[in-house]
Structure formats: C-alpha cells, structure tokens
Design a protein around this ligand. Structure first.
Ligand code: CP3
Length: 336
C-alpha cells in the first residue's frame, strides 16, 4: 500500500495476476471437491483460495478469489463459467429491450458473499498483505454480455458500439452504475485497493475509446476517488495509455508490449505503476526470468510507486517454483 500511495518502500512489493487459482496444486485439489462458482460464492472457500498464494509465495497483495462475471447476478443475467471455455451467457444482450430489463442493484443484494469474503479476508490477513478487490470494467463486461462468450475480436460487441450507439450507451451506463456500487461496497467491506480489469480494451483505437468507453471508466474512478487506491488494468493498450491516464486512476497496470520506463513517462509521475513481466516468460529457465525481472526493476529505478506484477494472468501450466523464485528475487531488490 505504501508503493500504491507513492511512498518510499524498503523493497519492491509484488503480486501476480490470477495468482489465486490456475497453477497451484492446492487449488486444483480444492476444485476437485467444488465447482468454480461454488468456491467463489462460499466466503470461507473463497478466502481459502485467496490465501493460498499468500501463504506459499509471500506475495504482498491478496486478490480476492472471485470473477469479473459475478456482478451479473446484480444485473439479473444468468451465466456459467465453463472449464477451459470461460464465461458463457446463454441469452446475450443485443437490443434496447434487453438493456432495459437489466437491474441495477448494489452488492448487498446482488453478491453479498463477495462482501462477506472481503471482511473475512481482511481479518484473516491481519495486515500481512493488502486485500485487493476488483471488478470487470464496463467495456470488458460488455464484451461477454453482448458476444456471449470469449472471442478474439468480440464482433457483436463492436458492431453494437458502432452501429447502435444508443443501445451501447444505455448498456454502458447500467454497467457503470452496477460497477460503482460493487466497488464502493468492496471498499466499505475492507478492500485496501481495487483493480478495474479492462482486459479486452486493446481491441479499440483511441478515438473509439474516447467516444464509447472513456466517460464510463472516468465515472468509476471519480466515484472512488479518496476512498481507496484504484488500479486500471488492461492489455495491448500501449497506444491508449495517454487516454487511460486521463480516466484518472491512482495506478496504471501495464503489459510487456511497452517498456515500464516508457509507460511511466506517459502515465506521469503523479501515478503509480504496476507490471509488467510477460507471463509466458515464466516457461523459460529461471536465469531468463531473473534477467527480465532485473530489467523491469532497473527501469523503475528507485522511484516510489512501482508494484511488480505480470502483464497478464499466470498461465495454468506455470511451475509454481518459478513464482516462488520471482517473489524472492523482487523482494531482494531492496538489497541490491
Ligand atoms: O488470482 C485470481 O485468479 C483471482 C480471481 C480471479 C478470477 N478471475 C478467478 C478465475 C480474477 C481476478 C479474475 C478476473 C477475470 N475473469 C478477468 C480479468 C483478468 C484477465 O485475466 O484478463 C477475466 C477476463 C475473467 C473472465 C474469465 N473467468 C475467463 C476468461 C475465465 C476462463 C479462463 C481460464 O483460465 O479458464 C474465467 C474462469 C476463472 N476465473 C478461473 C479462475 C480461477 C478458472 C476457472 C476454474 O478454476 O475452473
């Protein structure tokens, strides 16, 4: 949290995107007994999964075991998370009538188990790591809601955005309201910081982003201002960084397609930065990973405000020992 607040730290803090789940054998054991959504909807199980990487690696952030799809419960949209496929929505949102049917309710009513899990997480952590809440950003949620499942280009979503702007803006307005309430609820329940995942934002050019997405993202960060530390996450968006900066989050997460030093230059010295190791690099021998991690740390220099992370999520086939070595390596950075 000191780094997130741009205060000096004795060692660079680190956590990993998708650290709670995926590659951990203890998570796979848990998943043999319970379905994914059952874990997410049961606070004790969600906290158990959240703490696994904290206990094993000693990371500084504990990202709540949940999913960006959960607020669909608040919107009244049924969904599934299919192993190996990801989120699936049987009746995608395509028309104004569909949008009008969406409810906007807060997490106390829609997803009370997320708030309960955060409260429990805070007390179980006892301050040894920051409790990190999160939500999907309206654009990325819209990708799933409109296309109905994972896709490379999200053609139905972009067709709605360009071709039916009134339906698009109606949808984005409701997604923004639900996300604001969801994140405010998480902050009240004890999240130290919250990350907004706009994973598929790289599909847009700067003009489309400004016109169809930026006002909504800005609204969310402005609703949170002063109550928590907010983090903007996206991938493949080196070309959008100046516009992302203008949505005014407290921290910007960047991927490996741009160097950390260049990204920080664009984001500006008043914001903290998170990133940016390529997660596939963890498949390479440790010496290769160590060199890349050292390069990232060097680019951050000794400027306060860097949180080490991957540019995107851990791949399921990652060897947990690599993450162990990486955590220790980053923590030892203060000694160099
Ligand atoms: O560290 C963590 O894993 C914390 C919890 C977390 C999950 N999803 C659990 C999960 C977080 C932060 C997310 C965010 C999420 N979910 C994003 C944004 C981050 C990103 O990766 O870009 C997105 C786009 C989703 C949607 C989603 N959920 C997809 C695409 C998938 C399937 C992909 C896969 O690897 O199978 C999910 C399922 C999901 N969410 C799993 C987990 C642990 C795997 C499901 C399982 O265990 O069966």
């Amino acid at each position: 949290m000191a780094a997130a607040n741009m205060r000096p730290v004795d060692t660079t803090p680190v956590w990993f995107m998708r650290q709670a789940g995926r590659c951990l054998p203890e998570y796979r054991e848990l998943r043999k007994k319970y379905a994914f959504l059952e874990v997410a909807r049961t606070p004790e199980l969600a906290v158990e999964a959240t703490l696994m990487p904290v206990d094993r690696f000693g990371v500084d952030g504990a990202v709540l075991f949940a999913d960006i799809m959960l607020p669909l419960e608040s919107l009244g949209v049924p969904f599934e998370i299919k192993p190996g496929v990801g989120p699936v929505i049987e009746h995608p949102i395509r028309t104004m009538e569909d949008v009008e049917k969406l409810r906007v309710v807060g997490p106390e009513e829609g997803t009370p188990y997320v708030l309960e899990a955060l409260r429990l997480l805070r007390s179980e952590l006892g301050g040894r790591a920051a409790a990190l809440g999160f939500a999907g950003a309206p654009f990325t949620l819209a990708c799933y809601l409109v296309d109905g499942r994972s896709s490379r280009e999200y053609p139905a979503t972009k067709a709605m955005m360009y071709g039916q702007p009134e339906v698009w803006h109606g949808l984005m307005d409701k997604l923004t309201s639900v996300t604001e309430l969801y994140l405010q609820g998480q902050v009240e329940a004890g999240a130290d910081a919250v990350q907004l995942f706009d994973s598929w934002l790289g599909l847009l050019g700067a003009d489309a982003y400004r016109q169809f997405v930026q006002p909504y993202t800005t609204r969310i960060f402005s609703a949170l201002k002063g109550t928590t530390r907010s983090i903007h996450f996206s991938t493949g968006t080196s070309h959008l960084l100046p516009v992302i900066r203008d949505t005014n989050p407290d921290m910007v997460s960047v991927d490996w397609r741009i160097s950390l030093a260049d990204a920080w230059e664009v984001i500006g010295g008043d914001k903290s930065i998170q990133g940016n190791l390529d997660p596939t690099m963890l498949m390479a021998p440790w010496s290769v990973v160590a060199r890349a991690a050292a390069d990232i740390l060097e680019q951050a220099g000794n400027r306060p405000g860097h949180v080490f992370n991957l540019g995107h999520g851990i791949l399921p086939e990652t060897d947990p020992d690599q993450l162990q070595c990486l955590t220790e390596f980053v923590h030892a950075s203060g000694d160099r």
